[in-house]
Design a protein around this ligand. Sequence first.
Ligand code: NAP
Length: 571
Amino acid sequence: MRRWFATAVQRQGAEVCRTIWAVAIQTQAGDYDAVVIGAGFAGLYMVYRLREAGFRVRGLEAGSGVGGTWYWNRYPGARCDSESMYYSYSFLPEFEQEWPLEQRYPTQPVILRYLQTVAGRLDLLKDFTFGSRVDSVRFDDGARRWTVRAGDGLTVTARYVVTATGALSAASRPRFEGAEDFAGQQYSTASWPHEPVPLAGRRVGLIGTGSSGVQVLPELARQAESVTVFQRTAQFVTPARQERLDPRMVELWKANYQEIRRRTKITPGGIPIPSPIRSALEMPAAERTALCEEAWRRGGIWFLDGTFSDAVTSPEVNAIVADFVRSKIGEIIDDPVVAEKLKPRTHAWGTKRVPVGSDYYETYNRPNVSLVDLRADPIERITPAGIRTRSAEHPLDVIVYATGFDALTGSLERLGVIGRDGVRLQDAWAGGPRTYLGLMVPGFPNLFTITGPGSPGVVTNVPVAIEQHVEWIAEFLSYLREHGHDGAEAAPDAADQWTAHVREVADTTLYPTADSWYMGANIPGKPRVFLPYIGGLGVYRRRCDEIAAGGYPGFVLGSSVVAQEAAHGAG
Ligand code: NAP
């Protein structure tokens, strides 16, 4: 609401507007059955499901419109790595027939338009307050209700709170000495301006070569006078092979959409491609290479998930895949010195989220692009004129930070959550997050998290995981209502078992060996713990369904007194 308010003040004078503001806030303040925080894929669907189930629900969103990730990350080149036909809701069978599928991967403007259209069709805008950045979510032990406050002054209370804040939404921008004195412009990919950023004739510095950096680089290079990439860790980038979709294929697709959706829901990653069943070690070298070549030619998910059954569990097989990608980098890059810097050697293939790029490596062959290897030549400081590394000063007009997120836990901790007995969420999670099914946290009754730690969300095609979470939560709340319970809480022993299971599954793979955001390793001081559940979405769904069918074991249900005593007792 802030932007609207500033404009109104200019037009109508501060006194009148303060009154209007207070009235506007009060009309949305009040008591609800549930508050949902966030208006991306998760928040929109959660509000819809709860509203349709007869709950009084209010959504709060920091941005001025819907979209979540796709509202904020509007940098040039922003695009989804999941293919268009899978990256959408499955609960709108009529709308999915109408929605045009034009390119293999949907771009940020297309996804944003999709979510805006869905919000309009389902009449969801009236259920949200926009421009409301939540900074306090506090449980009242006596009343057993949550009080949610936003920076714009809005306060609401509710029995239930559902966080739909996104797993990758708390941006992390490292502090470089001197950054405040830089004379040019500085932008983050994670909060890119809504207006076009003028780049023509500018010398741009790009810090960060994860998925965002990999996507933005080719666009920056096309527009700017020059781009200098400051790379700390070389990545194994997979080619996306973006292309226009053949309308005949789309037609066929749509004719079979429901069956495709059904299959999608039982896959490990939310995309129905066949999982490889053979180890590379069972194949002659020529067959392995041919398989890698074919997967590389098809691009995207086919290379990420389509080569060998043990690509991220066997160090030997992983090395085969890594060598293959390094050989491709060598083939693409003209300058062997640049190629060497771009070949990843610090982590196993796939253990940091593999970026999917369009012309990423090819862009380094352009005369206006140069690469600084920060491991050999670290950044010393930012100066008014640019970035100074140990060996040189790099004059710049623009600095772009594509430096990642405080993943999974950051967006929850930033809400200022205080649970039962005044315990802050970040204190409860000081040694690493502890959740039951990634959905509830002991000590935080009636608080549900979507795609939080312990959920498979970020290692899947996210909307599929989101739909599972949302539907499960909505059914749980209906169950509680029907059975006369005033809430639920994760039992500590169930959360401990789930958290241990999440780590055990990760420990069967090479993932924990890398300094990745999966491990919290990109944030100084964050506990080094594998955050998402990688046992597969299909397996997870079955587990959640069994728990629901069994009357929700592992959750303490009930009237306030019973629930609190049981939860304390179990602790
Ligand atoms: P990221 O993968 O965490 O990459 C951040 C980059 O910034 C890394 O190269 C990192 O280097 C670098 N960096 C961080 N701090 C630095 C410092 N102090 N000095 C120099 N370099 C520094 O973040 P992201 O690219 O925003 O992507 C995050 C996740 O969001 C992705 O993995 C993906 O899940 C999602 N995403 C998806 C899409 C898509 O679907 N197309 C697009 C964008 C993002 P190190 O590697 O050395 O830490």
